[in-house]
Design a binder for this molecule. Sequence first.
Ligand SMILES: [Zn+2]
Ligand SMILES: [Zn+2]
Ligand SMILES: [Zn+2]
Length: 104
Amino acid sequence: MPKIFGSIIDSESRCKHYHTGLDIIAIKFKCCQKYYPCYKCHNEHESHQIKRWPESQFNEHVIFCGACKHEMTINDYMLVENCPHCHSHFNQRCKFHYHLYFEI
Ligand SMILES: [Zn+2]
Ligand SMILES: [Zn+2]
Ligand SMILES: [Zn+2]
């Protein structure tokens, strides 16, 4: 199981910034290869700028479901509204932040 960095407040990868019932995702950042639950956590704990995932690497397993600990690809994640493994709902508002994580 990967280590999740940042300001984690529970075992399902919620953080102090995003902690509704739906906020169970962590993302591995391309720049530091560390899992953080959100970009704010990344920026508070790292001194470098976020490097986004290019489309050519959307098949990397870098999205982590905090509920079942399943790792999925960026392509998988962008297609679904629930975890393909445990069917937990994801926060659909994360879509508004895709450009911070992915080159789209
Ligand atoms: Zn980084
Ligand atoms: Zn956070
Ligand atoms: Zn899951």
